[in-house]
Design a protein around this ligand. Structure first.
Ligand code: AMP
Length: 318
């Protein structure tokens, strides 16, 4: 059985974009692969955030992963599997400052902060460790992570060439164009869990909040008979609403006005989120159960990753 690995960073509240672009495909993936789905809580520390906020985000995200139905996977927190950080250090010993400095995401993120944490610079190496420890055959990633997976391959090949064959070299696969949900207020940028709240629908937003956000979504001034149509370049806001509606099981066929489109989008999104929110409420009432699931998952991850870490340690002479 193939292995599938995916990590989500608790850097904000999970959004409708995360659901349609990542969590739903992850749920579907459970039928055809052995899935390891993790919360990359260490990655969240690469930029400043206070401990209480992080703790809340981790608890909410853990509960949501279960609430969306990832209950046939190994769920775990990265920080509870120490092999990730230990292998990361060994990989730092073959990675170079030159190649890390070329990472586009590092260049962009470091421009936004006055001081830059060392961990923001080295985080692609931790990500390489996250991947290599599980020997996944394929790593499906979006465009924004492609450079990091190429780095993972380069580091693994160099390690193998220097110390002996330890790592399986993962293939990069480009998943079929998945849902790409745009921000409701600024439809040319992606809806993001760390972006402004107004244009982003959180999975736990109650129906009236969803209604208000969709009602304020940017459209355009086109009032012609064919104004409700998809055209990403000319009508990014309307296209985004149509795509959200379709992804949530609705259809824009026969809808003629933006008001009617927004009402249909609201209903479809509220219906999509309702079972997740109901399950979330049940799980949130039993935090010990959620914790136990993640602890059991971490135990399984510690067992699965131990031989890979031992092989790497031994290869370098430790
Ligand atoms: P991020 O929230 O950027 O850490 O991404 C976590 C996962 O959710 C990745 O698989 C992303 O591709 C996916 N994702 C995040 N935002 C969106 C979005 N607006 N539309 C579709 N997929 C998204």
């Amino acid at each position: 059985m193939t292995r599938r690995l995916s990590l989500l960073t608790p850097s904000g509240r999970l959004t409708l974009g995360n659901l349609l672009g990542a969590l739903r495909p992850m749920r579907a993936g459970q039928d055809s692969a052995e899935c390891f789905y993790g919360i990359s809580d260490l990655h969240a520390l690469t930029t400043p955030r206070d401990a209480a906020t992080l703790r809340t985000a981790i608890t909410e995200q853990s509960t949501l992963l279960l609430a969306v139905g990832l209950d046939r996977s190994t769920l775990f927190r990265q920080s509870r599997v120490p092999a990730h950080t230990e292998l990361s250090f060994l990989l730092e010993c073959v990675a170079t400052t030159g190649e890390l400095g070329r990472m586009t995401q590092f260049k962009e993120k470091s421009r936004r902060h006055e001081t830059v944490r060392c961990s923001l610079f080295t985080y692609p190496v931790l990500m390489a460790a996250d991947i290599l420890l599980y020997r996944p055959e394929q790593v499906p990633v979006g465009d924004d992570q492609r450079q990091h997976i190429e780095l993972t391959r380069d580091i693994a090949l160099r390690f193998n060439a220097t110390y002996g064959e330890v790592f399986a070299i993962p293939e990069i696969t480009v998943p079929p164009a998945g849902a790409r949900v745009m921000d409701l207020a600024e439809p040319t940028r992606k809806m993001s869990k760390s972006g402004p709240d107004a244009g982003s629908i959180a999975l736990l937003d109650p129906p009236d909040v969803v209604r208000r956000k969709v009602a304020r979504a940017v459209t355009d001034s086109d009032t012609g008979p064919a104004s409700v149509r998809a055209d990403r370049d000319a009508k990014p806001g309307v296209t985004n609403l149509i795509e959200i509606l379709t992804a949530c099981g609705g259809s824009a066929d026969g809808i003629a006005t933006y008001g009617a489109l927004k009402a249909a989008v609201t209903d479809a999104v509220v219906a999509e989120l309702a079972p997740i929110q109901a399950r979330y409420a049940e799980l949130a009432a039993d935090p010990a159960y959620v914790q136990e699931v993640f602890e059991r998952g971490a135990e399984h991850c510690r067992a699965v990753t131990a031989p890979v870490l031992s092989a790497a340690r031994e290869a370098v002479g430790l």
